[in-house]
Write a protein of this length. Structure first.
Length: 300
């Protein structure tokens, strides 16, 4: 019994990381309706940047993050103005292709600069990387708890930001109708650029914690994108709090799957994702079909 309880607890904490990595992806989809296929690779880019600062200056990754955050915000601004804004004019498919190409470019640049060796931020954390609290026969990692708390704080902070700040309300208004907000004095281009900068700040945080809890290489981004995408879809695309629920569901499924069979870690998560995805498709598609039939029956 205790083994099952431990698996669920570890899965919930793992879900905190998945919701953290999915936060920026869900935020960009909610604001601009864009799925950024370079999301995972940008998190790896942030991880390498933090590792470089920690390695060169001998500082804690949390200190290195302070210097990397403005750089990632600048990357977000360039990404929006140079790629997303231009590609979005050509339809919804072009931003997917553009961000996919961007991911390939970043991966190869990182490979040229750092090689294929794995990196980790754990050596710069003293004992935080492996310290845990013992509750009976259950051991809860301090780093895992920290990641979960940061994920909840970040998602909650973004929700409050969107609801109670002028920029947040401007972002929501632009997301609802980007063509009309100019009539009330909102510059949609600047708002979208600011939103992308915010998304990249969350990506930097996720990249830091990725490097703390595991190793990474220049080509680790695709796996992180998959986990982020599954968590966002399970929780409801574009929903910040739903992303937390989706991440927890994915983490618990993987943890229970690993408890049943060591090879079931990833498979269990993918199965949960596919079941939820197919359930939503089976509910949504008939509703759209019924609506289309009613519209066709209406007199012109």
């Amino acid at each position: 019994m205790m083994d099952w309880i431990n698996s669920i607890i570890q899965g919930v904490l793992l879900g905190g990381y998945y919701s953290l990595i999915a936060c920026g992806l869900a935020f960009m989809f909610q604001v601009m309706g864009i799925i950024n296929l370079a999301h995972g690779t940008l998190a790896i880019l942030a991880g390498f940047a933090i590792w470089t600062v920690s390695e060169q200056l001998g500082v804690n990754p949390f200190v290195a993050l302070i210097g990397v955050l403005p750089a990632m915000a600048a990357v977000g601004w360039i990404l929006q103005r140079g790629i997303l804004e231009r590609s979005a004019r050509a339809g919804q498919l072009v931003p997917l292709l553009a961000t996919f190409g961007l991911a390939i470019v970043i991966e190869n640049l990182l490979f040229e600069g750092f090689g294929a060796d794995t990196r980790s931020l754990a050596p710069y954390l003293d004992t935080l990387a492996y310290d845990s609290w013992a509750i009976g026969d259950i051991y809860i990692g301090q780093l895992s708890v920290l990641i979960f708390v940061v994920a909840v704080a970040l998602l909650g902070g973004l929700s409050l930001f969107l609801s109670h700040t002028h920029l947040g309300r401007a972002i929501r208004a632009t997301a609802e109708d980007p063509d009309t907000v100019g009539l009330i004095g909102i510059n949609a281009r600047k708002v979208n650029a600011a939103a992308t900068c915010i998304a990249m700040l969350t990506v930097a945080v996720a990249g830091m914690f990725l490097g703390m809890r595991a190793t990474f290489t220049p080509y680790s981004g695709s796996a992180q994108l998959l986990f982020a995408f599954e968590a966002a879809v399970i929780g409801g695309s574009g929903s910040l709090w739903g992303t937390l629920i989706g991440g927890i569901a994915l983490g618990v499924a993987q943890s229970i799957g690993a408890h049943i069979n060591p090879q079931g870690f990833l498979i269990a998560g993918h199965v949960v994702f596919l079941v939820i995805l197919m359930t939503r498709v089976s509910v949504v598609m008939p509703a759209f079909g019924s609506l289309a039939r009613r519209l066709r029956r209406q007199p012109s």
